[in-house]
Design a protein. Sequence first.
Lengths: 155, 155
Amino acid sequence: MIVSPAQFLEYWQGNRRLTRRVTLAFPEDQLFTFSIGGMRPFGVLAWEIHQVSELTLTGLLTGEWPMPEWRNGVSQDRAELLGAWDELTARIETEMPKVDPAFFPQMHQLPWGEMSGWAAAIYNIDNEIHHRAQGYVYLRALGIEPPAFPAYMGP
Amino acid sequence: MIVSPAQFLEYWQGNRRLTRRVTLAFPEDQLFTFSIGGMRPFGVLAWEIHQVSELTLTGLLTGEWPMPEWRNGVSQDRAELLGAWDELTARIETEMPKVDPAFFPQMHQLPWGEMSGWAAAIYNIDNEIHHRAQGYVYLRALGIEPPAFPAYMGP
């Protein structure tokens, strides 16, 4: 097999750790305000990552994909964001091992179309990497050195 | 299993198609010049993606990881970049199915440390998503609507 469930969990968690560090790298007064080219501020993108991750964990466990409103963020409070983030990190750690491995090759009806469990799981992480990388540009534009990439070096 | 070799190939190729579209979305005179916060222009990042992808394909097939010089790009010629890109896309299509599935769980010595075959393969794609997303910010800063994300919706 290409990736074991334990490796996939560690891959996800490694990405979450890096995104958390990027969130902390922003000056607090820029996290929900700084933007380039009309894009959303990084704090709003981080809330979206959180909501998509929560949706994905729920979907993998239950087959239900209840769509949140994720375009606008939940609050402009970094402590609240990180509190929700850490709570979900703990849930992922205990609940991902309970996902039925048969879920991944099967096709599922998601809000945005029919996808395999694999495609749904990896889309979640692609979305995190994509928006986090936009935060890297914001940080550079603010004159701040971002945390080192990549998030995950194995196993 | 979480992802089959055929799904992983399609996932990689979906990402390559999207990155190619991002490369084409830049005005030719901005591809190798436009930059934010002292970062490399997108054309240079695209050459890096190409070189890491070529290195990864070679590594997966042979176990050899000959490090290229990838910080500075190869040329400032979009047609040359896209020619190399398309050649590699064709190689990936025919050669990835020849990778020994046993390669992925095994540990390998890479230029930047010991990694599983899985970690090496997914790092390559993470790197592509990460730098491509930076290109999205450059395009927005240039007032250009980037191609739709995500790259891959299954199977």
